[in-house]
Design a protein around this ligand. Structure first.
Ligand code: COA
Length: 239
């Protein structure tokens, strides 16, 4: 399902595809990665290792040598030259999505459990018009946690934004528009538009980050959003 969020030139891998148990995932860490995560609780270590095992499989599929993925400034993953990517983990699912930097400028992926946000969280992470939209959408289709869909779109936006700006982006700093495309048998798919409301200057030499496009999905107890930003001159919309 994660693969359905991306165009064909983005390689998305989930840990379910790898068939490795928790001990094998942790054992697959590089010493430099263990230096960063060694003191964490076991659950965090397994998530960290699981996402990186997915990233290494994606590197292999992309045709680049698989290597360590360190946490850089403010937690941003550090990729080999010529590669862009993103990591996510939630209970029961770890994933990575990578692409060639020649084809994709930045990627953001966020997966959460498909359940409503806690009391008061929607108000804390949304603009008033977004919260209003979420309440209206819930009135129409109550089986989808629209607040959590919005939340994943915000976090995916941040993950795509930060590597290009090295700046914080608050929850009120982007206006998310969600459109539902299909809803069938508990699986919902749609599009995400993130309009940046603050200084959109990028530090990678590319154009300002005026808006991002991507896709969202709900399936099998999970909700995810994915942003794919193309280099200048290319279409930024997903599949
Ligand atoms: C960073 C953040 C988005 C991570 O999301 P999360 O749901 O907590 O965690 P996930 O498991 O989905 O993702 C974790 C991965 O995010 C990535 N990540 C963390 N900081 C990052 C950053 N500054 N830039 C890009 N990716 C980052 C890392 O790869 C991390 O994996 P690791 O910890 O194994 O190295 C979140 O903690 C956060 O700080 N959000 C506030 C900022 C925001 O979302 N603003 C909204 C703008 S509209």
């Amino acid at each position: 399902m994660i693969g359905d969020l991306f165009p064909p030139d983005v390689v998305a891998v989930t840990d379910a595809e790898l068939g490795l148990d928790d001990a094998s995932l942790v054992a697959s860490l590089y010493p430099v990665e263990i230096e960063q995560i060694g003191a964490a609780v076991e659950r965090r270590k397994v998530d960290f290792a699981g996402a990186r095992a997915c990233a290494r499989e994606a590197m292999t599929r992309l045709g680049v040598p698989a290597g360590p993925v360190l946490r850089g400034g403010r937690g941003m993953p550090v990729w080999p030259p010529g590669v862009v990517g993103t990591l996510t983990h939630t209970h029961g699912l770890r994933a990575a999505a990578l692409a060639s930097a020649g084809r994709v400028r930045s990627i953001g992926l966020d997966v959460e459990q498909h359940k409503p946000l806690g009391a008061g969280v929607l108000e804390a992470v949304s603009l008033p018009e977004e919260a209003e939209w979420v309440r209206a959408a819930h009135g129409e289709v109550a089986s989808i946690a629209w607040d959590t869909v919005l939340f994943t779109a915000k976090e995916a936006t941040y993950k795509a934004w930060f590597p290009l700006t090295h700046r914080w982006l608050g929850f009120g700093d982007a206006h998310i528009t969600l459109v539902a495309d299909t809803y069938d048998d508990g699986v919902a798919l749609g599009t995400v538009r993130s309009r940046i409301l603050v200084d959109a200057h990028a530090v990678d030499g590319g154009p300002d980050l005026v808006e991002f496009w991507g896709r969202w999905a709900v399936w099998d107890g999970y909700v995810a959003s994915a942003i794919v930003l193309r280099p200048a001159g290319a279409d930024s919309v997903g599949p």
